[in-house]
Ligand binder design. Structure first.
Ligand SMILES: NC(=O)c1nn(CC2CCNCC2)c2c1CCc1cnc(N=C3C=CCC=C3)nc1-2
Length: 319
Protein backbone atom coordinates (compact mmCIF):
# COMPACT_ATOMS: atom_id res chain seq x y z
CA UNK A 1 0.00 0.00 0.00
CA UNK A 2 1.76 3.19 -1.13
CA UNK A 3 0.25 6.28 0.53
CA UNK A 4 -1.03 8.92 -1.86
CA UNK A 5 -0.37 12.64 -1.65
CA UNK A 6 2.08 14.47 0.52
CA UNK A 7 -0.21 16.53 2.67
CA UNK A 8 1.89 17.83 5.48
CA UNK A 9 1.16 19.61 8.67
CA UNK A 10 3.57 21.77 10.68
CA UNK A 11 4.15 20.34 14.12
CA UNK A 12 5.92 22.08 17.01
CA UNK A 13 8.62 19.80 18.41
CA UNK A 14 11.64 20.16 20.69
CA UNK A 15 15.00 19.32 19.12
CA UNK A 16 17.98 17.62 20.80
CA UNK A 17 19.17 20.96 22.20
CA UNK A 18 15.76 21.58 23.78
CA UNK A 19 14.92 24.30 21.26
CA UNK A 20 11.30 24.47 20.00
CA UNK A 21 11.24 23.83 16.26
CA UNK A 22 8.53 23.63 13.61
CA UNK A 23 8.71 20.35 11.74
CA UNK A 24 6.73 19.47 8.62
CA UNK A 25 5.29 15.99 9.01
CA UNK A 26 2.93 13.97 6.82
CA UNK A 27 -0.67 14.41 7.94
CA UNK A 28 -2.01 11.60 10.06
CA UNK A 29 -4.99 10.62 12.10
CA UNK A 30 -4.01 13.07 14.88
CA UNK A 31 -4.46 15.99 12.47
CA UNK A 32 -8.20 15.37 12.28
CA UNK A 33 -11.08 15.40 14.70
CA UNK A 34 -13.52 12.64 13.82
CA UNK A 35 -17.28 13.17 14.03
CA UNK A 36 -20.35 11.10 13.20
CA UNK A 37 -20.41 7.99 11.09
CA UNK A 38 -21.64 8.75 7.56
CA UNK A 39 -21.78 5.16 6.41
CA UNK A 40 -20.51 1.65 7.04
CA UNK A 41 -19.44 -0.91 4.45
CA UNK A 42 -18.47 -4.56 4.81
CA UNK A 43 -14.89 -3.58 5.59
CA UNK A 44 -14.88 0.18 6.00
CA UNK A 45 -16.45 2.98 8.02
CA UNK A 46 -16.79 6.53 6.70
CA UNK A 47 -16.62 9.40 9.20
CA UNK A 48 -17.28 13.11 9.08
CA UNK A 49 -13.92 14.71 9.95
CA UNK A 50 -12.40 18.16 10.36
CA UNK A 51 -8.77 19.07 9.70
CA UNK A 52 -7.69 20.54 13.04
CA UNK A 53 -5.33 23.05 11.38
CA UNK A 54 -7.33 24.26 8.37
CA UNK A 55 -10.82 23.44 9.80
CA UNK A 56 -11.68 22.05 6.32
CA UNK A 57 -14.32 19.31 6.51
CA UNK A 58 -13.80 15.92 4.88
CA UNK A 59 -15.19 12.43 4.79
CA UNK A 60 -12.56 9.94 5.96
CA UNK A 61 -12.95 6.31 5.00
CA UNK A 62 -11.24 4.03 7.51
CA UNK A 63 -10.37 0.47 6.58
CA UNK A 64 -9.19 -1.98 9.23
CA UNK A 65 -6.08 -3.84 8.00
CA UNK A 66 -6.77 -7.00 9.99
CA UNK A 67 -10.30 -7.29 8.61
CA UNK A 68 -9.21 -6.63 5.01
CA UNK A 69 -6.60 -9.38 5.23
CA UNK A 70 -8.96 -11.81 6.98
CA UNK A 71 -11.71 -11.19 4.39
CA UNK A 72 -9.17 -11.33 1.52
CA UNK A 73 -10.24 -7.87 0.29
CA UNK A 74 -6.74 -6.52 -0.45
CA UNK A 75 -7.48 -6.48 -4.21
CA UNK A 76 -10.69 -4.43 -3.65
CA UNK A 77 -8.81 -1.92 -1.49
CA UNK A 78 -6.09 -1.42 -4.08
CA UNK A 79 -8.59 -1.24 -6.96
CA UNK A 80 -10.52 1.48 -5.12
CA UNK A 81 -7.40 3.52 -4.45
CA UNK A 82 -6.12 3.09 -8.04
CA UNK A 83 -9.59 4.02 -9.34
CA UNK A 84 -9.83 7.15 -7.19
CA UNK A 85 -6.29 8.10 -8.23
CA UNK A 86 -7.39 7.92 -11.89
CA UNK A 87 -10.55 9.98 -11.31
CA UNK A 88 -9.06 13.18 -9.97
CA UNK A 89 -10.37 15.92 -12.25
CA UNK A 90 -14.16 15.78 -12.29
CA UNK A 91 -16.66 17.79 -10.20
CA UNK A 92 -19.12 14.87 -10.27
CA UNK A 93 -16.85 12.36 -8.60
CA UNK A 94 -15.86 12.22 -4.94
CA UNK A 95 -12.21 13.28 -4.86
CA UNK A 96 -9.48 11.46 -2.93
CA UNK A 97 -7.13 14.10 -1.47
CA UNK A 98 -4.63 11.79 0.20
CA UNK A 99 -4.23 8.59 2.15
CA UNK A 100 -2.29 7.67 5.23
CA UNK A 101 -2.12 4.70 7.55
CA UNK A 102 -1.29 3.70 11.08
CA UNK A 103 -0.65 0.34 12.66
CA UNK A 104 -4.27 -0.85 12.42
CA UNK A 105 -5.95 1.07 9.65
CA UNK A 106 -5.80 2.67 6.22
CA UNK A 107 -7.34 6.14 5.80
CA UNK A 108 -8.75 7.76 2.63
CA UNK A 109 -9.34 11.54 2.96
CA UNK A 110 -12.24 12.30 0.61
CA UNK A 111 -14.62 15.11 -0.40
CA UNK A 112 -17.41 15.61 2.13
CA UNK A 113 -20.87 15.50 0.52
CA UNK A 114 -22.96 17.36 3.06
CA UNK A 115 -26.12 17.02 0.95
CA UNK A 116 -26.28 13.29 1.64
CA UNK A 117 -27.69 10.75 -0.82
CA UNK A 118 -29.82 11.54 -3.87
CA UNK A 119 -32.01 8.66 -2.68
CA UNK A 120 -32.67 10.53 0.56
CA UNK A 121 -33.97 13.57 -1.36
CA UNK A 122 -36.07 11.34 -3.62
CA UNK A 123 -37.63 9.60 -0.62
CA UNK A 124 -38.62 12.99 0.83
CA UNK A 125 -40.19 14.28 -2.39
CA UNK A 126 -41.60 10.95 -3.63
CA UNK A 127 -40.76 11.66 -7.28
CA UNK A 128 -38.78 14.32 -9.17
CA UNK A 129 -40.28 16.46 -11.92
CA UNK A 130 -38.68 16.46 -15.40
CA UNK A 131 -36.54 19.54 -14.72
CA UNK A 132 -34.93 18.00 -11.62
CA UNK A 133 -34.54 14.62 -13.32
CA UNK A 134 -32.86 16.33 -16.28
CA UNK A 135 -30.48 18.28 -14.01
CA UNK A 136 -29.38 15.35 -11.83
CA UNK A 137 -29.47 12.93 -14.79
CA UNK A 138 -27.19 15.20 -16.82
CA UNK A 139 -24.67 15.46 -13.96
CA UNK A 140 -24.67 11.69 -13.42
CA UNK A 141 -24.20 11.14 -17.17
CA UNK A 142 -21.36 13.70 -17.34
CA UNK A 143 -19.59 11.88 -14.49
CA UNK A 144 -20.13 8.44 -16.13
CA UNK A 145 -18.70 9.79 -19.41
CA UNK A 146 -15.57 10.99 -17.57
CA UNK A 147 -15.23 7.69 -15.67
CA UNK A 148 -15.47 5.68 -18.89
CA UNK A 149 -12.98 7.96 -20.66
CA UNK A 150 -10.52 7.08 -17.89
CA UNK A 151 -11.20 3.35 -18.31
CA UNK A 152 -13.29 2.97 -15.15
CA UNK A 153 -16.56 1.01 -15.00
CA UNK A 154 -18.36 1.73 -11.70
CA UNK A 155 -20.50 -1.49 -11.75
CA UNK A 156 -22.68 -0.51 -8.77
CA UNK A 157 -24.32 2.79 -9.75
CA UNK A 158 -27.51 3.44 -7.77
CA UNK A 159 -29.16 6.46 -6.07
CA UNK A 160 -27.49 5.55 -2.74
CA UNK A 161 -24.08 6.05 -4.38
CA UNK A 162 -25.05 9.37 -5.94
CA UNK A 163 -24.22 11.90 -3.23
CA UNK A 164 -24.80 15.64 -3.15
CA UNK A 165 -22.41 18.40 -2.10
CA UNK A 166 -23.37 21.63 -0.32
CA UNK A 167 -24.52 23.11 -3.67
CA UNK A 168 -26.76 20.07 -4.30
CA UNK A 169 -24.44 19.01 -7.11
CA UNK A 170 -23.86 15.31 -7.80
CA UNK A 171 -20.81 13.44 -6.46
CA UNK A 172 -20.59 9.77 -7.38
CA UNK A 173 -18.94 7.57 -4.77
CA UNK A 174 -18.00 4.05 -3.69
CA UNK A 175 -15.58 2.69 -6.28
CA UNK A 176 -14.72 -0.36 -4.20
CA UNK A 177 -16.30 -2.64 -6.81
CA UNK A 178 -15.19 -0.74 -9.91
CA UNK A 179 -13.45 -2.41 -12.86
CA UNK A 180 -10.33 -0.80 -14.34
CA UNK A 181 -9.73 -1.30 -18.05
CA UNK A 182 -6.20 -1.31 -19.38
CA UNK A 183 -7.53 0.21 -22.63
CA UNK A 184 -10.00 3.06 -21.82
CA UNK A 185 -10.79 3.49 -25.52
CA UNK A 186 -12.28 -0.01 -26.04
CA UNK A 187 -15.75 0.60 -27.59
CA UNK A 188 -18.77 -0.06 -25.31
CA UNK A 189 -19.71 -3.72 -25.07
CA UNK A 190 -16.29 -4.91 -26.28
CA UNK A 191 -14.23 -4.22 -23.16
CA UNK A 192 -14.53 -7.84 -22.08
CA UNK A 193 -11.88 -8.68 -24.70
CA UNK A 194 -9.54 -6.87 -22.32
CA UNK A 195 -10.28 -9.54 -19.68
CA UNK A 196 -6.86 -11.14 -19.87
CA UNK A 197 -5.09 -7.81 -19.45
CA UNK A 198 -7.39 -6.08 -16.98
CA UNK A 199 -5.92 -4.99 -13.73
CA UNK A 200 -7.79 -7.37 -11.43
CA UNK A 201 -7.87 -11.13 -11.59
CA UNK A 202 -10.85 -12.85 -13.25
CA UNK A 203 -12.13 -14.25 -9.99
CA UNK A 204 -12.88 -10.69 -8.80
CA UNK A 205 -14.38 -9.67 -12.13
CA UNK A 206 -16.43 -12.86 -12.39
CA UNK A 207 -17.63 -12.96 -8.80
CA UNK A 208 -19.03 -9.45 -8.42
CA UNK A 209 -22.71 -8.65 -8.92
CA UNK A 210 -24.02 -5.16 -8.09
CA UNK A 211 -27.17 -4.23 -6.19
CA UNK A 212 -30.07 -6.37 -7.39
CA UNK A 213 -32.40 -3.64 -8.67
CA UNK A 214 -29.72 -1.97 -10.83
CA UNK A 215 -27.66 -4.92 -12.05
CA UNK A 216 -27.49 -5.33 -15.82
CA UNK A 217 -28.63 -8.53 -17.61
CA UNK A 218 -25.11 -9.24 -18.98
CA UNK A 219 -23.75 -9.33 -15.42
CA UNK A 220 -26.42 -11.92 -14.57
CA UNK A 221 -25.94 -14.05 -17.66
CA UNK A 222 -22.28 -14.00 -18.61
CA UNK A 223 -20.65 -12.21 -15.67
CA UNK A 224 -19.21 -9.58 -17.97
CA UNK A 225 -19.63 -5.97 -16.81
CA UNK A 226 -18.88 -3.47 -19.55
CA UNK A 227 -19.25 0.30 -19.92
CA UNK A 228 -22.81 -0.25 -21.15
CA UNK A 229 -23.61 -1.88 -17.76
CA UNK A 230 -23.30 1.57 -16.16
CA UNK A 231 -25.76 2.91 -18.77
CA UNK A 232 -28.27 0.20 -17.85
CA UNK A 233 -28.02 1.44 -14.23
CA UNK A 234 -28.38 5.03 -15.55
CA UNK A 235 -31.66 4.04 -17.27
CA UNK A 236 -32.89 2.49 -13.99
CA UNK A 237 -31.99 5.69 -12.10
CA UNK A 238 -33.80 8.00 -14.58
CA UNK A 239 -36.88 5.75 -14.33
CA UNK A 240 -36.69 5.80 -10.51
CA UNK A 241 -36.35 9.60 -10.22
CA UNK A 242 -39.57 10.09 -12.22
CA UNK A 243 -41.54 7.05 -10.98
CA UNK A 244 -40.37 7.07 -7.34
CA UNK A 245 -39.34 3.41 -7.53
CA UNK A 246 -36.86 1.33 -9.56
CA UNK A 247 -38.18 -0.42 -12.71
CA UNK A 248 -37.22 -3.92 -11.53
CA UNK A 249 -38.22 -4.76 -7.98
CA UNK A 250 -39.68 -8.00 -6.70
CA UNK A 251 -40.08 -9.81 -3.40
CA UNK A 252 -36.65 -11.43 -3.58
CA UNK A 253 -33.31 -10.89 -5.35
CA UNK A 254 -33.93 -13.98 -7.45
CA UNK A 255 -37.36 -12.69 -8.64
CA UNK A 256 -35.84 -9.26 -9.33
CA UNK A 257 -33.13 -10.92 -11.46
CA UNK A 258 -35.89 -12.82 -13.33
CA UNK A 259 -37.65 -9.53 -14.15
CA UNK A 260 -34.37 -8.04 -15.42
CA UNK A 261 -33.36 -10.86 -17.76
CA UNK A 262 -36.98 -11.00 -19.06
CA UNK A 263 -37.12 -7.19 -19.36
CA UNK A 264 -40.30 -7.25 -17.31
CA UNK A 265 -41.22 -3.67 -16.27
CA UNK A 266 -43.95 -1.11 -16.97
CA UNK A 267 -44.19 2.67 -16.92
CA UNK A 268 -46.68 4.25 -14.51
CA UNK A 269 -49.46 6.39 -16.08
CA UNK A 270 -48.27 9.93 -16.78
CA UNK A 271 -44.60 8.96 -17.19
CA UNK A 272 -43.26 11.68 -19.55
CA UNK A 273 -43.04 10.32 -23.15
CA UNK A 274 -39.52 11.66 -23.92
CA UNK A 275 -38.18 10.14 -20.68
CA UNK A 276 -39.98 6.87 -21.49
CA UNK A 277 -38.26 6.73 -24.89
CA UNK A 278 -34.86 7.39 -23.28
CA UNK A 279 -35.35 4.71 -20.59
CA UNK A 280 -36.51 2.18 -23.22
CA UNK A 281 -33.31 2.80 -25.21
CA UNK A 282 -31.12 2.31 -22.11
CA UNK A 283 -32.92 -0.78 -20.77
CA UNK A 284 -31.97 -2.95 -23.76
CA UNK A 285 -30.88 -6.51 -23.00
CA UNK A 286 -28.03 -6.53 -25.54
CA UNK A 287 -25.32 -4.14 -24.18
CA UNK A 288 -23.99 -3.48 -27.69
CA UNK A 289 -27.44 -2.13 -28.72
CA UNK A 290 -27.90 0.08 -25.65
CA UNK A 291 -27.84 3.83 -26.29
CA UNK A 292 -24.27 5.19 -26.12
CA UNK A 293 -23.52 8.25 -23.98
CA UNK A 294 -23.23 10.62 -26.94
CA UNK A 295 -26.71 9.58 -28.13
CA UNK A 296 -28.16 9.91 -24.63
CA UNK A 297 -26.81 13.46 -24.43
CA UNK A 298 -28.47 14.25 -27.79
CA UNK A 299 -31.74 12.56 -26.85
CA UNK A 300 -34.92 14.65 -26.87
CA UNK A 301 -35.23 14.28 -23.07
CA UNK A 302 -31.99 16.28 -22.66
CA UNK A 303 -32.95 18.85 -25.34
CA UNK A 304 -31.56 22.24 -24.26
CA UNK A 305 -29.52 20.67 -21.43
CA UNK A 306 -25.91 21.84 -21.49
CA UNK A 307 -23.13 19.42 -20.54
CA UNK A 308 -19.49 19.93 -19.60
CA UNK A 309 -18.22 22.76 -17.36
CA UNK A 310 -21.36 24.94 -17.60
CA UNK A 311 -23.47 22.07 -16.22
CA UNK A 312 -21.50 22.23 -12.94
CA UNK A 313 -21.93 25.97 -12.58
CA UNK A 314 -25.71 25.77 -12.95
CA UNK A 315 -27.71 26.21 -9.75
CA UNK A 316 -29.65 23.07 -8.75
CA UNK A 317 -33.40 23.47 -9.44
CA UNK A 318 -35.72 23.81 -6.45
CA UNK A 319 -36.78 20.36 -5.26
N1 LIG B 1 -18.17 3.96 0.50
C1 LIG B 1 -17.69 5.17 0.38
O1 LIG B 1 -16.65 5.41 -0.22
C2 LIG B 1 -18.48 6.26 1.01
N2 LIG B 1 -19.58 5.99 1.75
N3 LIG B 1 -20.08 7.16 2.16
C3 LIG B 1 -21.31 7.19 2.96
C4 LIG B 1 -22.34 6.26 2.34
C5 LIG B 1 -23.65 6.27 3.07
C6 LIG B 1 -24.61 5.30 2.39
N4 LIG B 1 -24.78 5.60 0.98
C7 LIG B 1 -23.53 5.68 0.24
C8 LIG B 1 -22.57 6.65 0.88
C9 LIG B 1 -19.32 8.19 1.70
C10 LIG B 1 -18.30 7.64 0.95
C11 LIG B 1 -17.29 8.45 0.21
C12 LIG B 1 -17.14 9.82 0.78
C13 LIG B 1 -18.41 10.41 1.34
C14 LIG B 1 -18.58 11.80 1.42
N5 LIG B 1 -19.67 12.33 2.00
C15 LIG B 1 -20.63 11.50 2.46
N6 LIG B 1 -21.70 12.10 3.00
C16 LIG B 1 -22.85 11.66 3.51
C17 LIG B 1 -23.67 12.60 4.21
C18 LIG B 1 -24.88 12.21 4.74
C19 LIG B 1 -25.37 10.85 4.64
C20 LIG B 1 -24.49 9.92 3.89
C21 LIG B 1 -23.28 10.30 3.36
N7 LIG B 1 -20.55 10.15 2.40
C22 LIG B 1 -19.46 9.60 1.84
Amino acid sequence: WKDKGAAVSMRREVDATGKAVLKSVKKGVRDFSFGRVLGEGSYSTVYFATDRQTLKEYAIKVLEKRHIIKERKIKYVNIEKDTLNRLTEHPGIVRLYYTFQDENSLYYVLDLCSGGELLGILKKTGTFDEECTRFFGAQILDAIEYMHSRGVIHRDLKPENVLLDDQMHVKITDFGTARLLTDPRAPPGQESSQRGKEQQDDSRAASFVGTAEYVSPELLTNKNACKASDLWAFGCIIYQLLAGRPPFKAGSEYLTFQKIVNLEYEFPPGFPPAARDLVERCLVLDPARRLAIEHIKNHEFFAGQQFGKILWRTKAPRL
